[in-house]
Write a protein that binds this ligand. Structure first.
Ligand SMILES: [Zn+2]
Length: 128
């Protein structure tokens, strides 16, 4: 029965259980985000993180800040996504020109323009 149920203790500060190869500090890389008001927000991410977010909340004003040094096209998409989110998820309304171009081509429009101009010119000649 010797040793069974034995409680092993140690004195406080009597012995260190650290062996020198404890957890290592994770490597960090800083990502910089800049909001529309030019506030700079630095956010630490793990060096192993594959994809950093393109957008982060500004630490000063809370607006959406876009990652610094981002590809201009990606930054534009991120800003548009922020604008959509600010409108409650509603995409930007199409312009009248965009609606027109869904139904007609430019050559078709040129034909219609010529028809309308001919009609107007005929009316002007008739009234003169
Ligand atoms: Zn800001």
């Amino acid at each position: 029965m010797a040793g069974r149920g034995r409680i092993v203790g140690s004195n406080l500060g009597g012995k260190s259980y650290e062996n020198g190869d404890g957890p290592s500090v994770a490597e960090v890389r800083q990502a910089r985000y800049i909001c529309p008001d030019a506030h700079v927000t630095d956010v630490p991410f793990s060096a192993e993180a594959a994809d950093l977010p393109a957008v982060w909340d500004c630490s000063d004003c809370g607006d959406g800040a876009v990652a610094d040094g981002l590809d201009p096209d990606v930054a534009t998409q991120a800003r548009e996504a922020l604008a959509v989110a600010a409108r409650g998820g509603k995409p930007l309304a199409k312009t009248p020109w965009q609606h027109l171009m869904e139904r007609r081509t430019v050559p078709e429009l040129e034909v219609i323009l010529e028809e309308r101009l001919a009609l107007l010119r005929g009316r002007l000649r008739a009234s003169a």
